[in-house]
Design a protein around this ligand. Structure first.
Ligand SMILES: Nc1nc2c(c(=O)[nH]1)N[C@H]1C(S)=C(S)[C@@H](COP(=O)(O)OP(=O)(O)OC[C@H]3O[C@@H](n4cnc5c(=O)[nH]c(N)nc54)[C@H](O)[C@@H]3O)O[C@H]1N2
Ligand SMILES: Nc1nc2c(c(=O)[nH]1)N[C@H]1C(S)=C(S)[C@@H](COP(=O)(O)OP(=O)(O)OC[C@H]3O[C@@H](n4cnc5c(=O)[nH]c(N)nc54)[C@H](O)[C@@H]3O)O[C@H]1N2
Ligand code: SF4
Ligand SMILES: [Mo]
Length: 671
């Protein structure tokens, strides 16, 4: 059609698949978006959420202009102001806070709303500006820190298998991962493997839609995965199926770890995990005798007190079986460890070293903060212990700025709101954490209203504040060029020109890729097995269930129709999510007199949220499940599941414990 344009872009959402998309633009308007059929991982499909992306960019509640608060904090009452007025007020407040309290009183709270290296959380995104002001550093540990730390202790990196190689696997363990919801493009590769006879096992306390499609589902007790890993290895040893040569050449700490494994015979493991001993044994036999075995373990396991250790122990499995020799074997958690951009945040601009604030610790650390600057994040929807965060956000002495697309619960507490561009309106560079491609996102349309990108907002603010440091004013293309300039062999031949022309490029890794066939990126070059006593660290709920007045372990996994809290305001996706629901096992429901459809309070010492019961044998006795992502203000009672998620640390990386909380479920009083 005349005037029609096809623009290649990338899905910015925090999802392993980082899809390549094609936007059709007619007369300056984006009229169609579809998954890129040429991209080897996207294979032409987006997902139930992002199929509504264009509709979302045009939603009636989109924030299009800078806003200043007119009502009390939390009221969501604002007036429109100009960018100049907004920048004036922000400049004055930031200067005042720096003068009176020092730069560290500013917390640039940059979340996962976009994984872009320019506009999102993965690159510089304002950090150079914050360094000039001396603001606190922000540690983005809300998602995968515990697991990444555990894997890094084992392998020297959180990077592992290329998920595409699941097509080459003969046994596939989907371990603490809900593939068909949280990154469904892997499924096609699993289907390819199945066509060649692969057997698929889901290990999950919930019988998810992924578990429904697996050949077998093991309903493990939450937070006991490391014990299962040890039990499976116990069978491998009994079968004498360990790869002695790989152990000798590429691992360290084997003798001690071997003894630890021997302490976990299947009967003991059955007791710990709640999985029948014969099922543990049968899977151990499969593992012993099936090469290659691929383990997809994503974020579910590590949102627990012992989650870091669990990932480390799971990482030991292919070290014992030698599966890392084969492209179709190993563990796939994230591929981000294989991405080697040059991210230059210019820490030399800091006058003195500054503290680092952990994203997971907002509730307790906000006390020491005078300016909270939120971008790409929705802490009142997504961060632990939202009741305490809300009380902090009410403080009159806290200056809160939120750069946003939509009037989230967090926006309601802002002093100044800045309108942000969406992915079809700005330029960005992406890497996936579930594949080995880099993607270019070319803007397809002009921003609506007065929306600005993250990079442009910080450039304008720096100029407004009279800053002169040249690197604060680098253009988007210059920033992209810098990122690609690390000189790492995986980026050889990957140029801006190529990316812009082709839309996506595979990093320079062999295909198929067996990352650790010749050794590991640790100091010794060897996989490090966990030391004694560190292999199985039970989660809080596994440790204390029975002794707490709150008797149910709550899991709050990915919702099928939202991406964290993104799309939580889309009418159709909200309708499909059916409001907050809590799955309760029939025996637990009966004990409490609960029936399906009933409105209940899910509560503990931290707070409560309301949900409708779904009595279901998809959860085992003692486990309840309620997906993340509902907006508190759109939920009955005005809070979501994170009112009962405690601000505790996982064992590694100060990771959050979203699946490791004890609650009770009680009927709501009154009608
Ligand atoms: N549709 C959709 N997709 C998403 C997201 C979303 O919100 N919606 N979120 C995105 C983001 S940010 C991330 S990090 C990922 C998260 O997605 P996943 O990596 O899949 O992680 P979770 O959804 O937290 O949990 C996955 C599974 O782990 C199970 N699980 C919980 N505790 C345990 C345990 O102790 N042991 C075992 N074996 N399993 C356990 C849960 O029941 C759940 O089914 O997905 C991304 N994709
Ligand atoms: N109970 C429970 N809670 C969880 C989890 C769980 O498993 N259970 N999972 C956790 C996980 S894995 C994660 S990653 C976190 C996510 O937590 P957050 O990082 O806070 O992410 P979101 O809640 O999705 O909020 C992102 C916001 O950024 C905005 N946004 C998107 N793109 C842009 C952009 O380009 N610019 C600007 N300025 N804004 C943008 C969106 O509109 C959205 O409001 O949540 C965690 N919360
Ligand atoms: S959310 Fe994930 S599956 Fe959906 S379009 Fe984005 S990258 Fe693809
Ligand atoms: Mo995440």
């Amino acid at each position: 059609m005349p005037g029609e344009l096809r623009v290649l872009g990338a899905c910015p959402l925090d999802c392993p698949d980082t899809c390549s998309w094609v936007v059709t633009v007619e007369d300056g308007k984006a009229v169609k978006m579809r998954g890129n059929p040429d991209h080897p991982y996207t294979r032409g499909a987006l997902c139930v959420k992002v199929n509504r992306f264009l509709e979302h960019t045009e939603a009636a509640d989109r924030i299009l202009y800078p806003l200043r608060r007119t009502g009390p904090k939390g009221s969501g009452q604002f007036e429109r102001i100009t960018w100049d007025e907004a920048l004036d007020e922000i400049s004055a407040r930031l200067r005042g806070i720096v003068d009176e309290h020092g730069g560290e009183a500013i917390w640039p709270y940059n979340g996962t709303g976009s994984l872009g290296y320019l506009q999102g959380c993965e690159g510089v995104a304002g950090r150079r500006f914050w360094n000039v002001l001396g603001a606190s550093k922000h540690w983005l540990n809300i998602c995968s820190a515990a697991g990444s730390s555990g894997l890094t202790l084992a392998n020297g990196t959180a990077g592992g298998m290329d998920p595409e190689n699941f097509a080459l696997s003969r046994l596939i363990l989907l371990w603490g991962t809900n593939t068909l919801t949280s990154g469904h493009h892997l499924w096609k590769f699993i289907q390819d493997a199945r066509a060649n006879g692969a057997y698929v096992v889901a290990i999950d306390p919930i019988r998810t839609r992924t578990a429904d499609q697996a050949d077998e589902h093991l309903a493990i007790r939450p937070g006991t995965d490391a014990a299962l890993a040890l039990g499976l290895l116990n069978v491998v040893l009994a079968e004498n199926a360990q790869d002695e040569e790989f152990l000798a050449e590429h691992t360290q700490g084997w003798e001690r770890f071997r003894e630890e494994i021997l302490r976990y015979p299947v009967e003991r493991v059955a007791e710990i995990t709640g999985i029948p001993a014969e099922d543990v044994h049968r899977l151990g036999m499969r593992l012993a005798h099936t090469r290659p075995t691929a383990i997809r373990a994503t974020m579910g396991i590590q949102r627990h007190e012992g989650g870091g250790a669990a990932m480390r122990t799971i990482a030991a499995i292919p070290g014992v079986t030698g599966d890392w020799r084969h492209p179709g074997g190993g563990v796939a958690y994230s591929t981000s460890g294989h991405v080697h951009f040059d991210i230059d945040t210019r820490d030399d601009l800091l006058e003195r070293p500054v503290r680092t604030l952990a994203m997971t610790r907002l509730a307790s650390e906000l006390d020491s903060v005078k300016c909270l600057w939120v971008y790409g994040a929705n802490p009142l929807g997504s961060t632990s212990d939202t009741n305490r965060i809300r009380r902090q956000l009410e403080r009159e002495d806290l200056f809160t700025v939120v750069m946003e697309h939509f009037p989230t619960d967090t926006v309601d507490y802002a002093d100044i709101v800045l309108p942000a561009t969406m992915q079809t309106e700005h330029l960005d560079l992406h890497a996936g954490y579930g594949h080995l491609y880099l993607l270019w996102n070319e803007p397809a349309v002009a921003p609506p209203g007065e929306c600005l990108s993250t990079t442009e907002t910080f450039r304008r603010l720096a100029a407004h504040m009279g800053m002169t440091e040249p690197s604060l004013f680098d253009s988007d293309l210059e920033l992209a060029e810098q990122l690609l300039g690390s000189g790492h062999p995986s980026l050889e031949g990957v140029t801006l020109d190529r990316l812009r022309k082709e839309g996506w490029v595979r990093m320079n890794y062999p295909k198929p890729f067996a990352p650790f066939a010749e050794g590991f990126p640790t100091a010794s070059g060897r996989l490090r097995f966990p030391p004694p006593g560190k292999a199985y660290v039970p989660s809080m709920s596994a440790r204390t269930a029975g002794s707490s007045p709150y008797r149910l372990t709550l899991i709050s996994p990915a919702a099928h129709t939202f991406l964290n809290t993104i799309f939580g305001n889309n009418p159709e996706l909200r309708r499909r999510a059916k409001g907050p629901v809590v799955l309760v096992n029939p025996a637990d429901a009966e004990e409490r007199g609960l029936v399906s459809g009933q409105r209940v309070r899910v509560h503990n010492g931290g707070g409560e949220f309301l949900a409708d019961v779904e009595v279901s044998d998809r959860v085992a006795r003692g486990v309840v499940a309620s997906p993340k992502g509902h907006w508190p203000k759109h939920s009955p009672g005005g809070s979501n599941v994170n009112a009962v998620v405690e601000e505790r640390d996982a064992d590694l990386g100060k990771g959050p414990v979203y699946h490791d909380n004890l609650v009770e479920v009680s009927p709501c009083a009154g009608p």
